[in-house]
Write a protein that binds this ligand. Structure first.
Ligand SMILES: *Cc1c(COP(=O)(O)O)cnc(C)c1O
Ligand SMILES: [Zn+2]
Length: 437
């Protein structure tokens, strides 16, 4: 076979490489399969190894052998290799009091709030999809989006000199709309929810020779998510964690982190291990977590009503496979209310200095629930996937902070300000302020 090709996930039929996401024989989704024997041969020859990877530039292209990239592909952007670090202060707060000590060393954050160029993990998927879009000869790329994909497609298209058409539900956050328009993309607002926008895009894809990253290029796009999993393993010292907590929209990311771990194990780059996959959703759009919690193998579509708009997909394309990944791994799925999302955004910011968007609030809030349910234990290595940046969803915090009245640039004014502030605070805090002075 070629280095990689499309195969039907259900009937196994091969479809070569082409812009297509569904098997015509059985209407199941297509998935990229690699020639693992030839990758194994590269490992045997020493051209692909942990050491070789470590010598490459710190971005997602260091795992090229395991990505569907056209021959001769030259990356134009250093996407990925975002930080992974311990989160001891968050761990202590999530664990409550008793287990704080043990929990502190074992909780990690994978911080894709700082992924280049548009501050979400969607830069990874778009980087791969547009590599193929160019190889297939598309001069126009497009997508249906809950926000972050719109930003990423518009930015990468600008960088590569491609035209971009972006279709979004009309209720997206202003920063996500502006953060798409700024790249010169054509933005089409649709009076409807994501699922309706996506259906429209499938119809447009039939009519026009456009590369829709999450429609006809979807199998290629989805592979980009594997790099989150490769990086987690490498950054843990070529080791797999016990648990990962992943926010879910279409359900693709969680299945691809699993695929990444499976590939590394199969190729002997890490020691194989049962990793538990935990899916996170907002209660106002929780078709996957609801299925997991009720023991159903299939999705019952929902009408989204949540501030976590980046996750607001009521009929997730990979929902069935996300359920399977979670169940087979011994993991679980939970969902959190909008107020919990906001509290969790603030908790992560105040404990670890990371400002995440609503999806990150969903992940942290869900992790808290799973820890309280003893589904995630304090001495297990757990990675929380923070997938997007809080500056894109500041609207949800707008009423949480007051804008202070300005004071004159005079020391006396500041002293007066401090005493006024101290007298309006509870006694203990006020005392601390006075002692500090
Ligand atoms: C798209 C998105 C997700 C979920 O991705 P799926 O692969 O569709 O499940 C998670 N977090 C953020 C911030 C996203 O934009
Ligand atoms: Zn098939």
């Amino acid at each position: 076979m070629a280095q990689y090709e499309l195969r039907c996930r259900e009937c196994g039929r091969s479809w070569g490489n082409q812009p297509r996401s569904i098997c015509d024989e059985c209407f199941s989704p297509l998935e990229i399969t690699y020639d693992y024997d030839s990758i194994q041969a590269s490992i045997a020859q020493g051209t692909f190894s942990r050491e070789r990877i470590a010598q490459r530039p710190p971005n997602m292209w260091r795992y090229s052998e395991l990505l569907p990239l056209p021959a001769g592909f030259e990356p134009r952007l250093p996407v990925g290799f975002t930080p992974l670090f311990q989160a001891p202060r968050l761990a202590a707060r999530l664990a409550g009091n008793g287990d704080a000590k043990t929990a502190a060393d074992h909780l990690y954050i994978k911080n894709d709030a700082v992924c280049l160029p548009t501050l979400s993990f969607k830069d990874r998927v778009v980087a791969v999809a547009l590599a193929q879009a160019q190889a297939f000869g598309f001069d126009t790329v497009a997508c249906s989006s809950t926000g972050n994909l719109a930003n990423a497609v518009a930015a990468h298209a600008a960088r590569l000199g491609l035209k971009a058409w972006i279709f979004i539900p009309s209720d997206l956050e202003p920063a996500k709309i502006l953060g798409t328009q700024v790249f010169g993309a054509n933005v089409v607002r649709i009076a409807g929810n994501y699922d309706q926008v996506n259906r429209l895009c499938s119809q447009i894809a039939e009519e026009r020779r456009w590369g829709f990253v999450n429609v006809n290029l979807r199998p290629y796009y989805a592979e980009g998510s594997k790099t989150v999993g490769f990086e987690i393993a490498e950054q843990l010292g070529w080791r797999l964690p016990d648990n990962v907590v992943v926010p879910m929209a279409g359900g693709s990311l969680i299945t691809k982190i699993k695929k990444a771990f499976d590939e590394l194990s199969k190729l002997g780059l890490v020691e194989g291990k049962e990793v538990k996959f935990f899916g996170a959703q907002a209660t106002g759009c929780s078709p996957i977590s609801t299925a997991v919690k009720t023991g159903s193998a299939e999705i019952e579509p929902q009408k989204p009503a949540t501030i976590a708009r980046s996750l607001a997909i009521g009929n997730p394309a990979d929902g069935h496979y996300a359920i399977k990944t979670i169940k087979h791994s011994g993991g679980w799925s939970e969902d959190v209310s909008d107020p919990e999302v906001i509290d969790s955004i603030r908790l992560l910011a105040e404990t670890e200095g990371i400002f995440t968007e609503t999806a990150g609030g969903v992940t942290v809030g869900t992790a808290r629930k799973l820890i309280q349910q003893d589904r995630i234990l304090p001495d297990e290595t757990t990675v929380l996937c923070i997938t997007g940046n809080g500056l894109k969803t500041t609207d949800v915090l707008a009423d949480k902070y007051q804008v202070e009245t300005p004071i004159a640039p005079k020391l006396a004014e500041f002293e007066a300000y401090l005493s006024a502030k101290a007298s309006s605070l509870p006694a203990a805090v006020a005392e601390a302020a006075v002692v500090g002075r």
